[in-house]
Design a protein around this ligand. Sequence first.
Ligand SMILES: NC(=O)C1=CN([C@@H]2O[C@H](COP(=O)(O)OP(=O)(O)OC[C@H]3O[C@@H](n4cnc5c(N)ncnc54)[C@H](OP(=O)(O)O)[C@@H]3O)[C@@H](O)[C@H]2O)C=CC1
Ligand SMILES: O=C(O)CCC(=O)C(=O)O
Ligand SMILES: [Mg+2]
Length: 745
Amino acid sequence: MAAEPSKIIYTLTDEAPYLATHSFLPIVRTFASAAGIDVVECDISVAHRILGEFPDFLTEAQRVPNTLAELGKKTLEPDANIIKLPNISASQNQLVTAIRELRAKGFMVPEFPDNPQTDEEKAIRQRYGRVLGSAVNPVLREGNSDRRAPRAVKEFARKHPHSMGEWSPASRTHVSHMFHGDFYHGEKSMTLDKARDVKMELVTRSGKSIVLKPKVHLLDGEIIDSMFMSKKALLEFYEQQIEDAHKTGVMFSLHVKATMMKVSHPIVFGHCVKIFYREAFEKHGKLFDELGVNVNNGMANLYDKIATLPQSKQDEIKRDLHACHEHRPELAMVDSARGITNFHSPNDIIVDASMPAMIRQGGKMYGADGRLKDVKAVIPESTFARIYQEMINFCKWHGNFDPKTMGTVPNVGLMAQQAEEYGSHDKTFEIPEDGVANITDLATGEVLLSQTVEAGDIWRMCQVKDAAIRDWVKLAVTRARNSGMTAIFWLDPYRPHENELIKKVHTYLKDHDTTGLDIQIMSQVRAMRYTLERVIRGLDTISVTGNILRDYLTDLFPIMELGTSAKMLSIVPLMAGGGMYETGAGGSAPKHVQQLVEENHLRWDSLGEFLALAVSLEDEGIKTGNLRAKVLAKTLDAATGKLLDNNKSPSPKTGQLDNRGSQFYLTMFWAQALAEQTEDAGLAKKFAPLAQALAAQEAQIIAELNAVQGQPADIGGYYYPDRAKVSAIMRPSATFNQTLASVAG
Ligand SMILES: NC(=O)C1=CN([C@@H]2O[C@H](COP(=O)(O)OP(=O)(O)OC[C@H]3O[C@@H](n4cnc5c(N)ncnc54)[C@H](OP(=O)(O)O)[C@@H]3O)[C@@H](O)[C@H]2O)C=CC1
Ligand SMILES: O=C(O)CCC(=O)C(=O)O
Ligand SMILES: [Mg+2]
């Protein structure tokens, strides 16, 4: 019998995972209720967050609570058990489109003020800032990150290897990054000797003080950094790289993380676009300013803004833009069929996913003619770009990785409490005037860190809390112990921030029994090389990294090993004692929605959800003594293993098994595993009829699920789809629905 009533919070997010949830939640509830577990929805989609931010613009009936803030509070409670699906970190373009959709549906939230002038517009802009970019994950990630490929998933990839593009030693593909003037080269860092309140202040050349951030509260033992990217150096760098690519005839691509680094990277992106189209911007700059064109949001913004001009003017601008291509290199495309380039919108080229996809394809990206070509991958910040070059060097020499034999690289990532760069948005500024940028103690006036900066430079302060570091070291030791794997801390002693971290790692490792463990510290490039030497020999190595490399490596290695990061187990042991279970390490796969809408086929793989749910149930069982939850967890794992063994994952091709069919098989295998287990006779009895019925109806259900494919599907919106329509689309088999419902009673 279920011991206590328990609750699992299941997030509703965006795009493909949102769609998949409509079919999966009824299944989850059917099983969880047998263990007395309530599965509670929590909507944190972009649309819902916009509505939650602007109750004052909505009618009483339209208002929704600020669910993200509530969920954030929940992560600080020891009984939190949250299943977190990937959500859109909206670029400005996406946010504006979502607002348009909501307004068209009668939710009169304010228009996005592009260029706020009045106090009212500035206040609205600031409120929208809370929805923009990576606004969910930093709020919920109150713990460090444990991401790994479960054994069954790794075994499956070994047995059924995904395709890998060929690497040639003659490949011209390479990474270009800055060698001076970027965040890496001017970084300063310190560990706080006591708790302090500080301000971020620019003292201009003329002696004027501009307070950019009036107060940041810092804790004792916290590490803070001050770093800046020089605009001059960045522009020179772009000019050289564009010229180099043109001269040497290699395709040009830019990779940033403008969604997560939502203040700095749109600026870094925009400068590249302006340099690339320099002559057109020189000629039409004044007009662009008048129109409010802001290519920090990509060329999509420019095309949107000029659409209001007379046709002849639009044609002239387009001609001038095209003329630039004559002396510029070919641009990598994100969608060559639709003519969408790398510069279209910064959310199309999110570095953690875009670089591995390129490396997996033998170091190639698509050109305008739809053909795969070698590429210059421009990643301005050198801090982490170098790891990709190291992997590229390795592939050129050793050839592509072999998923059949390669070792695995799980990650333990320092992520808690908005650690490092990913928590720096509210402390990142585009410098208005030349001067000195200081982090100053408010009580004593002592300048803790100081940088000489120029107008246009991007200056930021990063923080990482001592308790988060301590917890991260503990997690690393635990994972090394439980897995028996070598663990490498990827820390660069030449980088001031990481030098401070290294000291703490040495200190906190002493808190643990590390006898018999192989734990080492290496700079990133060496760590990459060392790990890859092991990978090709089939050896496994845990990467223990800061927040950015956590993000990069948990797409990079899974995409090589498994073909996708969607199949990762992604656990966030919350520091307050609860658990958050992320589903896979990838995003919300916008291309998948496009295919569903055009052809009613959803190729999204819910394996990440299956894996997360199993650990969530297990955790519930352990923490509350709910034995049935444990049985559900064990049988779900068995069902997931069987799903892989029987090759019942979704196919990318319309007409074949898709997400819905894969979820059907999971349900059948789970019910069968429950019927067969002997630990809990009540559960076996309850699920035996479901197991039998689904097996008997298999052919009919699959036929019903496949019959709908091939035609367009109307889900009634993109950011705010119609839930009834989505449910109908995602649950098209009446037979399956009825049989499932028969157990619920
Ligand atoms: N945890 C989070 O909340 C995260 C959110 N994001 C957000 O997700 C959005 C998209 O990001 P993007 O960089 O395009 O990366 P994605 O990981 O969403 O997509 C890249 C590709 O990975 C494959 N993929 C990802 N998940 C699955 C899955 N479950 N099943 C099958 N294939 C999958 C798809 O390849 P194919 O099309 O070839 O099948 C997809 O096109 C952005 O808005 C981003 O901000 C990104 C990362 C994490
Ligand atoms: O929050 C985001 O924008 C992306 C998160 C992400 O890519 C990750 O955690 O792997
Ligand atoms: Mg990522």
